[in-house]
Design a protein around this ligand. Structure first.
Ligand SMILES: [Zn+2]
Ligand SMILES: [Zn+2]
Ligand SMILES: [Zn+2]
Ligand SMILES: [Zn+2]
Length: 388
């Protein structure tokens, strides 16, 4: 018995709670000390004592331990918060409706209200987050117990992020609440468990979509270090790194984003070859990071190397192709040291790609409007150049 306890605890401490519970110092994934009973983490014994004496840990420790430790306790709380916020946000839309799963307006146990944030219309699709989560958990467990094949298992796993009625992904705060539900369901499993891995990845991306970038950062960093530790396939690691680079970028940590983008790009080339869509997409991401840091020459040379490859394998209307050409044009006209020919080339490029984007993706697509704005900027830069 003691051995099992010993094995179990590090797994819990090595997750998304990466700060001292008293002074909020960053502990990364391994530093500091934790409460022997409930695994709450501290930078050192001083904070632990203070938290006990002044921070209320003396009254909470038992509750946290009972909930399954600090990580589980945190996930449960974050989930409950998210459900409350989601039900409040949906209150107007869900007035007078009932849950399509339990048929009640108020949840019998939690008393939570209804939500609906998918593509369901009319009277369809109203539900309690708890009912959606319970349904997903049961369906996945059943598939697991009966060893159903991967296709069925994946379809069932989708219930954690996609509505079974309209087949569209949940969005907004409902998405976030369900991802906390998913994480709290699987976090106690061993690190190598596929559902635990998928749950942490869903949570990180859900937090990003909800613009909770600081929270997303700790989840994504924990995910990446976990994947390294368990020796996950390189492809999975590259996806996690790419997601983490997005978060660095959103937090304005552009140097770190750039380094990670460079690693992901070279990793993709090594693993998949230069002609793979993912490699080309990552070339584009890497170039964008270079432009953000005003390293235009490098961005230009990267795009000059990768665009001919993209032309061989992608059509002109392909989303990645359009993004790559747009990025190349930006590298050309935004560089203060650019030549007149380069600015002309930028304008010509955007005059070709902007109408293609409008035709293929539609006028409401964010890429179309961004490209059209860039075309205006490039034309202005050209006019200024010619006037000078
Ligand atoms: Zn501390
Ligand atoms: Zn404790
Ligand atoms: Zn319900
Ligand atoms: Zn729906």
């Amino acid at each position: 018995m003691p051995k099992r306890k010993h094995e179990k605890q590090p797994k819990q401490s090595r997750m998304i709670l990466t700060q001292c519970a008293f002074c909020a110092a960053d502990l990364g994934l391994s530093l500091g000390k934790k409460c022997g009973r409930c695994s709450t983490r501290y930078c050192g014994p001083e904070c632990q004592v203070k938290h006990w004496q002044e921070g209320g840990h003396d009254t909470l420790c038992k509750t946290i331990k009972k909930a399954g430790g600090a990580e589980q306790y945190n996930a449960n709380n974050r989930y409950t918060e998210a459900v409350t916020v989601a039900a409040e946000a949906c209150a107007e839309d869900t007035k007078g409706q009932t849950c399509y799963i339990c048929t009640q307006a108020l949840h019998w146990k939690t008393k939570e209200g209804l939500v609906r944030m998918c593509a369901c219309r009319g009277t369809a699709g109203f539900a309690h987050v708890s009912c959606l989560a319970e349904q997903a958990e049961i369906l996945v467990a059943e598939a697991e117990e009966n060893n159903l094949d991967d296709k069925v298992l994946n379809e069932r796993w989708n219930r954690w992020h996609t509505c079974s009625l309209c087949e569209q992904q949940y969005h907004g705060i409902v998405k976030c609440a369900l991802r906390w539900a998913c994480w709290k369901t699987y976090l106690g499993r061993p690190e190598t468990d596929q559902f635990r891995c998928m749950a942490v990845s869903l949570l990180g991306n859900g937090l990003s979509d909800a613009a909770r970038h600081e929270d997303a950062l700790s989840v994504k960093e924990a995910e990446l270090s976990m994947l390294r530790r368990i020796g996950a396939p390189e492809g999975n690691m590259l996806i996690a790194q790419s997601n983490l680079a997005n978060t660095y970028h959103m937090l304005g940590r552009n140097e770190e984003a750039l380094q990670m983008r460079r690693d992901v790009f070279s990793g993709c080339v090594r693993l998949l070859g230069t002609e793979h869509r993912d490699s080309l997409h990552e070339a584009h991401n890497y170039a964008m990071s270079l432009i953000r840091l005003k390293r235009f020459k490098e961005a230009k040379s990267l795009m000059r190397k990768t665009l001919p490859v993209a032309r061989r394998v992608l059509s002109e209307g392909n989303d990645i192709m359009l993004r790559m050409r747009w990025t190349y044009a930006k590298a050309l006209y935004k560089d203060p040291a650019t030549t007149l020919d380069d600015v002309r080339e930028a304008v010509t490029t955007l005059e070709e790609t902007a109408p293609t984007a409008r035709r293929v993706l539609g006028g409401a697509h964010p890429l179309t409007s961004s490209m059209e704005l860039s075309l205006q900027d490039a034309r202005a830069a050209l006019a200024a150049r010619e006037a000078a």
